[in-house]
Design a protein around this ligand. Structure first.
Ligand SMILES: Nc1nc2c(ncn2[C@@H]2O[C@H](COP(=O)(O)OP(=O)(O)OP(=O)(O)O)[C@@H](O)[C@H]2O)c(=O)[nH]1
Ligand SMILES: [K+]
Ligand SMILES: [Mg+2]
Length: 402
């Protein structure tokens, strides 16, 4: 009998068993059996033959991607179902979810892809369970929601953070401001623009030596650590913002919830009682700093239905990035843009490609040809002596001139 069938059998037996004091032990044993079988299944997924990580090849969708990471049975699937309406199986035993299940959150006119994932355990980074695959998905995300069970030891947060760190994922950290320029000759030059309290020149040399780097210019622009230097040398680290979501606060007293709510980057919620789910969405939105830009055609009203969504981390928020979202050639064809909104000094402001857009700005792109025609017509209006034939001629030539 296959593992899945054995799990199904045990589930059936659980369903048949009445829940009371006398059967508690028996039910517990059955749950443990399921959990063990499910971990076996997970192990097989990574080490066994043909373990390609079924379901993990979920393609990107929407304006941003958010991954749910956490120990088993903290309520990741329950949360996905609540926030997206996509049904992801949730149950009282561990490793209910075995693959990556995508859902979509519609928020502030943007579409955010939310990914439910199998629970990860200590040792995940060493390949336990589907840990590596799960962490790979986390690395591809714009935001990690680390879901924690508020009734369990809060040290789980640190254990999980360590697992993610081991494989190069840095949560709520900025890339270190260290510049490392490798050279062919000249030895190592080391300098810093501030006082260093964690490393000294000797340590830096030793680390570089370890990596067989003998010629390089190293500049510390911040008081960084050895680990951060190693991150820069390795070069494959991923820096992702993270919110710590403490679920099941319905099981806590108000003082405990209050204490959790005060911590940095932390959001207490209850899926059962639908507590603070709106607050969570607002924090997610804030943390991702997405910028919605509405398009406007000449003489028309802005299109407030479908914004172009830009992100400072992915692509950038300049007018040029906005153009690239609309059409491949638009940035090239653009003469200037009219911008209404928070980023404009006066409205509308005439801006170039470098202008940085803010959330909820409205942009009208004026193309080179159109601008030339407009100018020609303007000149025609000013100078009544101009003959129509000459205007037509000028319009024809105009695109070449600009
Ligand atoms: N008390 C309480 N229980 C909850 C809450 N949310 C989820 N649960 C319960 O927690 C258990 C686990 O929920 P799941 O959604 O399956 O958890 P998961 O993190 O997806 O678990 P795996 O897929 O096994 O990793 C289920 O019995 C849920 O009913 C909550 O807000 N409060
Ligand atoms: K579960
Ligand atoms: Mg689940």
């Amino acid at each position: 009998m296959g593992i899945l069938e054995r799990i199904k059998d045990i589930e059936l037996e659980m369903a048949r068993t009445q829940k009371n004091k006398a059967t508690e032990g028996h039910l517990g044993k059955l749950k443990a059996q399921i959990a063990k079988l499910r971990s076996q299944l997970l192990e097989a997924g990574t080490s066994g033959s043909g373990g390609k990580g079924e379901g993990f090849e979920v393609s990107r969708f929407g304006h941003a991607r958010v991954a749910l990471i956490g120990f088993p049975s903290v309520g990741k699937s329950t949360l996905l179902t609540q926030l997206t309406g996509t049904d992801s199986e949730s149950a009282a035993y561990e490793f209910t979810t075995l693959t990556c299940i995508p859902g979509v959150i519609h928020y502030n006119d943007a579409k955010i892809q939310l990914l439910d994932l199998p629970g990860i355990i200590e040792g995940a980074s060493q390949g336990k369970g589907r840990g590596r695959q799960v962490i790979a998905v986390a690395k591809s995300s714009d935001l990690v929601l680390m879901v924690l069970d508020a009734t369990k030891p809060h040290s789980h947060r640190e254990i999980l953070t360590r697992e993610l760190e081991t494989v190069g994922l840095r949560l709520n950290q900025h890339p270190p401001d260290i510049s490392l320029i490798k050279k062919k000759t000249g030895g190592i030059t080391f300098s810093a623009t501030c006082e260093l309290t964690h490393v000294d020149e000797r340590v830096v040399y030793q680390i570089l030596h370890e990596y067989k780097i003998h010629n390089a210019d190293v500049l510390f622009r911040g008081d960084h650590t050895v680990d951060e230097l190693i991150d820069v040398i390795e070069g494959n680290r991923k820096y992702v913002p993270c919110l710590y979501v403490f679920n099941k606060i319905d099981m806590l007293c108000i003082e405990e919830v209050d204490e959790i709510a005060r911590r940095e980057n932390t959001v207490p919620i209850s899926c059962y009682m639908e507590l603070n789910l709106d607050g969570l969405l607002a924090r997610m939105w804030e943390t991702m700093s997405l910028v919605r830009v509405y398009t406007k055609k000449r003489g028309g009203k802005p299109d407030f239905d479908e914004p172009v969504v830009l992100s400072a981390d992915r692509g950038g928020t300049r007018v040029e990035n906005f153009c690239n979202h609309l059409h491949r050639d638009l940035a090239k064809d653009m003469m200037y843009a009219w911008v209404w909104g928070a980023s404009a000094r006066h409205t509308p402001q005439r801006c170039g490609k470098e202008h940085d857009l803010h959330d909820e700005d409205v942009v009208q792109v004026v193309k080179k040809k159109k601008a030339a025609v407009g100018e020609a017509i303007g000149r025609f209006r000013q100078g009544p002596k101009d003959e129509p034939a000459r205007i037509a001629d000028r319009v024809k030539k105009a695109p070449l001139k600009t």
